[in-house]
Design a protein around this ligand. Structure first.
Ligand code: GLY
Ligand code: MN
Ligand code: MN
Length: 367
């Protein structure tokens, strides 16, 4: 099987004349290797018929060669600039004449990558084919699910080890440092994203940054949203704890989020739409006394990218299929006071879902 078969399927499905790829999750899925997105463009164009081309920075040639790219490679050196290589690549694609349509990754390709392509493929229309291209990653293989499982298992070990070290009076930054060290100690290859370690009022910001000047105090919520990577796949886990003690109000607040999370895990199954899942989960929050504190949708797909399709969101009529992986992460956020989010990573099975995250969800008071 040619490595380009998934791209040819996208070409067939979309009817486009070519697909352009840049480094990122789709590139990694197709070529088995990724490159850093930096100031040097690296772009591959796969036409419906004819020879694919790649524009590659000269210093990356040694890393690009092992891919076994089945096409022509045009490299460029820093001192020459990249337009010469783009022009040569454009000349090698005479089939992309006026009126041709090239699908690009709208959420990944940078403006200067696109401008370079536009300059050398004049008269060609570039269209956003992000959803169609990323669809090659929607259903995970058993091997991919095994990598996710491993990323999650190692991340959960790191979380437990971190909790054992948290003490009242530590700063969020100190706890973050412990978590980072434990993630690597647990054997993660890297981080899914910069972790969120947020206490007290900071936990009410869904995407907070750890503070060096905030000392965790008794009664605070302490929210961890984090994940380690393993074999390119990313865990994305949120658990919220209370430090020292928890008030009755916070307990009810927590239990409302837990009920929404439980609902999502109980009802999700193949054949349902992502919209239906979000609707059911959101209704738990919206019908509670805490409805005013809901801020976001239920979740997102998870894999090589931390946020990918399917978005678990009202209005997304994507039908769930076995092998899809997504997060169930309802949250409630009381500005200036506290926030709670409970996030699981689940895989769609033949008749429901399996939660890959196993870390207990019942309220836990720590420190
Ligand atoms: N962590 C919540 C969201 O990004 O939707
Ligand atoms: Mn998360
Ligand atoms: Mn998430």
């Amino acid at each position: 099987m040619s490595m380009l078969e998934p791209v040819h399927k996208v070409l067939q499905a979309t009817g486009h004349d070519a697909i352009a790829l840049v480094p990122g999750a789709n590139f990694l899925r197709v070529f088995g290797k990724d490159f850093h997105q930096m100031e040097r463009p690296l772009v591959v164009v796969v036409p419906k018929s004819g020879v694919p081309v790649a524009v590659v920075p000269n210093l990356e040639l040694g890393s690009f060669a092992p891919i076994g790219f089945p096409g022509e490679v045009f490299d460029w050196r820093d001192e020459d600039g990249y337009m010469g290589a783009f022009k040569a690549a454009g000349a090698a694609l005479p089939q992309l004449a006026k009126g041709a349509r090239v699908g690009v990754e709208g959420q990944r390709m940078r403006v200067f990558d696109l401008l370079a392509l536009q300059e050398v493929l004049s008269g060609v229309t570039f269209v956003d084919a992000h959803a169609a291209i990323s669809a090659i990653r929607l259903c995970k293989t058993l091997e991919e699910i095994a990598a996710l499982r491993e990323a999650i298992k190692r991340s959960e070990v790191a979380l437990e080890a971190t909790l054992m070290q948290v003490k009242v009076g530590m700063t969020e930054k100190e706890v973050e440092a412990i978590l980072l060290s434990e993630l690597f100690r647990a054997g993660c290859d890297g981080l899914s994203f910069d972790p969120i370690v947020a206490a007290g009022d900071n936990a009410a910001k869904p995407h907070a940054s750890a503070r060096a000047d905030y000392h965790i105090k008794a009664g605070d919520a302490l929210l961890f949203d984090f994940g380690g990577r393993y074999n390119h796949f990313s865990a994305d886990i949120t658990r919220t704890f209370f430090v020292g003690h928890v008030s009755d109000h916070d307990l009810a607040f927590y239990d409302t989020v837990l009920a929404a999370n439980t609902k999502g895990r109980e009802i999700s199954r193949p054949g349902m739409t992502a919209s239906d899942v979000d609707d059911e989960v959101c209704k738990v929050l919206e019908r509670s006394q805490f409805a005013a504190f809901k801020r976001h949708k239920t979740g997102h797909g998870l894999g090589l990218d931390v946020h990918e399709a399917p978005q678990i969101m009202r209005g997304n009529n994507q039908v769930l299929e076995p092998g899809m992986v997504f997060t169930i992460e309802p949250g409630l956020y009381r500005d200036g006071e506290a926030g709670v989010r409970i996030e699981d990573d689940v895989v769609v099975t033949e008749n429901g879902i399996e939660s890959l995250t196993m870390f207990p969800r019942e309220l836990r008071v720590i420190g």
